[in-house]
Design a protein around this ligand. Structure first.
Ligand code: CO
Length: 134
């Protein structure tokens, strides 16, 4: 069911500083910061060739990453994103194995304009997993 690693997301307290470190210290290819008001985050993508790092910063008053940043004020690894060919099939399969999906349990259009769901860390070895249909 799962395919490639699409990205690893790191929540950061200051996305400009984090992006500057990846660019100037690590010498990486870094995108512009994009505000995503529908998702409550600002994002920067770092292209690593084989995969990406997604930097996330809180945007607005009810950001889904606010609690995480409160607990991890210096930032931290927030989720991994794995690709699937068919998200509805994936959800069915997960359902039969009692892997919980967060929120409504239905796919939402994610930050990259593709259907995504998040699997609950309690059922995934303590890791928040985003599935993205590609
Ligand atoms: Co993501």
């Amino acid at each position: 069911m799962i395919g490639k690693l699409n990205h690893i997301a790191i929540a950061v307290p200051n996305i400009k500083e984090a992006a500057a470190q990846y660019k100037n210290v690590f010498g990486a290819t870094v995108s512009e910061a994009v505000e995503q008001p529908d998702h409550g985050v600002t994002t920067v993508f770092i292209d690593l060739g084989n995969t990406k790092i997604e930097l996330l910063e809180v945007l607005g008053d009810d950001s889904p990453i606010q609690k995480f940043i409160d607990k991890n004020p210096k930032g931290g690894m927030h989720h991994i994103c794995l690709e699937v060919q068919n998200i509805d099939e994936a959800i069915k399969q997960l359902d039969t194995h009692e892997v919980a999906i967060t929120g409504t349990g239905k796919p939402k259009i994610g930050a990259h304009n593709k259907p995504v769901v998040f699997l609950h860390p309690k059922d995934c070895n303590g890791t928040l997993i985003e599935l993205e249909e590609v």
